[in-house]
Write a protein that binds this ligand. Structure first.
Ligand SMILES: *Cc1c(COP(=O)(O)O)cnc(C)c1O
Length: 374
């Protein structure tokens, strides 16, 4: 191992997680959410691995993410769901990217691109069933459906899917869950009555949390993200048998003895209380180790967990290992699945007062992703 820090991605764990999810879906196919560089795990290697493991479709937020998959030779169906007027939809159609719309104006842009390119736009219509983020609210849904039908009649749009997204699926029993399910069913009924929901149209709603708790939310396709990467969508309910795929390691850049009362790092937030050994870890907030991780997370070094000593800097932070042996080049595990006694991502999230999604998507581009279990 030569690089000073690396994020090891265990593809065998990801395959295991997909098998776990498949047990929850009763044969309903999976669209893997690979937005944000596959939640920091690497868009292309992860996408290829999950397609090999039986995932049938990929979902991205941005069009650029969808195009990156095509550039890498991925041919599976790809849906990009966060689109903004004025984007290059002709390019999207030529690349065979399915597009989501919540607004008739965006459908019109897809139609224009279809006329230009001669490629029919494959469209998923998004209903806002109660999250009030993306999607057409119920009052605007009939107009969205009817515009899609007009454009379908013209041959420029094909209605491939009808979908929505949960606001609180990770809060079991939250009253909005049942209301969103009812609202989605109502949106589907309306689309069906209008003639936009034939048997070939894919209805999809469930994210990871819904997959593991709400059989009623399966419909024709489910959209797991977090759970594929082995992180619990509802930590209060346990790990669901998922295996964390990412391990973040670094090698100590410098180890040194310092005297009692040495102030450590910017602001001297940490002061040694005896002669001790400090180790310099070559990762900082530019790599996604949040500046307020000081005192809130622990890393495994010289056989034990160690607090971050003093401020996290842009590129580095310090640990204090007392009189334990530590040398430059030794490996530190920041987080992993926990098998060697290291902190898990869930422990980091709890310590930092955030969710695991945020930590994994912030691991910076300077940290190479190294794939194992291929
Ligand atoms: C991110 C995302 C998902 C996956 O969510 P998880 O909670 O990570 O499973 C599914 N659908 C949409 C629309 C998303 O944006």
């Amino acid at each position: 191992m030569t690089s000073p820090a690396q994020a090891r991605i265990d593809l065998a764990a990801i395959r295991h997680n997909i098998a776990v999810l498949a047990e929850h879906t009763g044969g309903v196919p999976l669209m893997g959410a690979v937005k944000a560089d596959a939640y920091g795990h690497g868009l292309v290697p992860v996408s290829k691995a999950i397609l090999d493991a039986g995932v049938s479709r990929l979902g991205t937020a941005t069009l650029s993410e969808g195009l990156a998959l095509r550039a890498a030779g991925v041919t599976a169906p790809v849906l990009s769901w966060l689109l903004t007027p004025g984007e290059d939809f002709a390019r999207a159609l030529r690349a065979d990217i399915e597009l989501s719309a919540a607004d008739p104006g965006l459908l019109d842009e897809f139609a224009k691109a279809a006329r230009e390119t001669g490629v029919t736009a494959r469209v998923h219509l998004e209903a806002d069933t109660g999250m009030s983020r993306g999607g057409a609210p119920s009052a605007a849904w009939p107009a969205l459906v009817s515009r899609a039908l007009e454009l379908r009649a013209e041959g420029v749009v094909e209605i491939v899917g009808l979908w929505s997204h949960f606001a609180c699926a990770d809060i079991p029993g939250h009253p909005s869950i049942g209301l969103q399910l009812d609202a989605f069913d109502e949106a589907l009924r309306l689309a069906e009555r209008a003639g936009a929901a034939g048997s070939h149209v894919i209805r999809h709603l469930a994210n990871s949390a819904a997959i593991v708790t709400l059989p009623r939310a399966r419909y024709d396709l489910v959209r797991p993200g977090l759970a594929m990467y082995g992180l619990s969508p509802i930590p209060e309910l346990g790990d669901f048998g998922l295996r964390q795929a990412m391990t973040l390691t670094a090698r100590i850049a410098l180890a040194k003895r310092v005297p009692d009362s040495s102030g450590v790092s910017y602001g001297h937030l940490y002061v040694t209380d005896r002669e001790t050994t400090l180790g310099l870890v070559p990762l900082g907030y530019a790599d996604g180790i949040l500046r307020h991780a000081t005192g809130r997370v622990e890393v495994l070094a010289a056989g034990r967990r160690r607090a971050v000593a003093g401020r996290v800097c842009m590129d580095q932070f310090m640990i204090d290992v007392g009189d334990d042996p530590l040398s430059a080049g030794d490996e530190v595990i920041l987080f992993g699945p926990g098998e060697k006694g290291e902190s898990t991502l869930q422990e980091w999230a709890d310590g930092l007062g955030t969710i695991t999604h945020e930590i994994i998507t912030k691991i910076g581009a300077r940290v190479p992703r190294v794939y194992e279990g291929t």
